[in-house]
Design a protein around this ligand. Structure first.
Ligand code: GLU
Length: 316
């Protein structure tokens, strides 16, 4: 996978609110992994959703990371580095160029299905309730010559009917047939908005990212992304999914869990207290004691990260 390329990692938050302990958990592990191997860390702002993304949240994210001592080499609000801009809302041309290539290759097709129709007519996936698109608009023979219809349409990629395997550094060997478990997925919505899957692959490839660290909820997304890496001829990065942080009720942290929000945690806590809680949750330390980032770096190893899908929040 990454071979002898220099190690480049990234943290790619959506600026839809203040970060919580779960976001910090991912950020810290991503930063440690990169720094352990002398690599570079990119801060990319995933602000494709104009309704939910706010510049003040992006500013707070950067400020919180700096306060914790998680410095970045590229990206952020001042667009440090040569691979910018580092906010997805400013990278439309790159996504359009990639989609243009897929249209010319004939691996994408227009889809007229509305979300409500898909939800109403297709059974949710047995294991986790996902809806797998049944391929209603997929042409009988792929690849096809793409022609742009006049009616509003989204654009889907035809995924291959074959097993895709990859080794996640936390969860081990993963195997999945995207045709059965994901279905053809949207790259551009009918309103022109780019999908997360397309944007993240184009950006990770353009920024030379060699390792992707993110929450375990995106494990299956990696399979969709590998399909795109292959179609676009990009090198596939290494994937490390990390447990989602849940509250005492076992529910994934959200903006409503104010006690675990950085806004709250920064009042009355030092960075080392928060880092200590993260280090303990990540099994890098034995006790939830304050820890410096240098201590966590010293103790960091992917082998220690818990392999369950969730970890319970440990308040600093
Ligand atoms: N923007 C995504 C999030 O905040 C992260 C996606 C990724 O790291 O690939 O959940």
């Amino acid at each position: 996978m990454s071979g002898s390329r220099p190690v480049i990692g990234r943290f790619a938050p959506s600026p839809s609110g203040r970060m919580h302990l779960g976001n910090i958990f991912t950020a810290v592990l991503s930063w440690l992994s990169v720094r352990k191997r002398g690599g570079k860390w990119i801060l990319r702002i995933e602000d494709l959703d104009p309704q939910r993304s706010k510049p003040e949240h992006a500013e707070a994210i950067e400020d919180d990371l700096r306060w914790l001592g998680l410095d970045h080499d590229e990206g952020g609000l001042d667009n440090l580095g040569d691979n910018g801009p580092y906010a997805q809302s400013q990278r439309h041309e790159l996504y359009a160029e990639a989609l243009g290539r897929l249209k010319r290759a004939g691996t994408v097709y227009p889809c007229f299905c509305r979300r409500a129709d898909i939800m109403a007519t297709q059974a949710p996936h047995q294991s986790d309730g996902r809806i797998v698109y049944a391929g209603t608009c997929r042409p009988a023979d792929m690849p096809v010559k793409f022609t742009e219809p006049e009616r509003p349409h989204s654009i889907r990629i035809a995924v291959p009917d074959k097993e895709i395997t990859f080794t996640d550094r936390v969860y081990g060997q993963q195997q999945c047939n995207p045709a059965e478990q994901c279905g053809d997925f949207v790259l551009q919505r009918a309103d022109g908005a780019w999908s997360y899957q397309l944007a993240v692959v184009v950006d990770d490839a353009a920024m030379g990212v060699t390792e992707v660290v993110r929450g375990s909820d995106l494990l299956l997304s990696s399979v969709q992304q590998i399909c795109l890496y292959e179609e676009l001829g990009f090198d596939v990065p290494e994937f490390s999914h990390v447990p989602l942080v849940v509250n005492a009720d076992g529910v994934r942290l959200s903006k409503r869990d104010t006690g675990e929000s950085m806004a709250q945690m920064r009042i009355g806590h030092t960075p080392d207290q928060i880092l200590g809680a993260v280090g303990y949750m990540a099994c890098l330390t034995d006790r939830p004691q304050p820890a410096t980032i240098a201590t966590l770096l010293d103790r960091f190893s992917w082998d220690k990260i818990p392999r369950q899908m969730t970890v319970t929040a440990c308040r600093p």
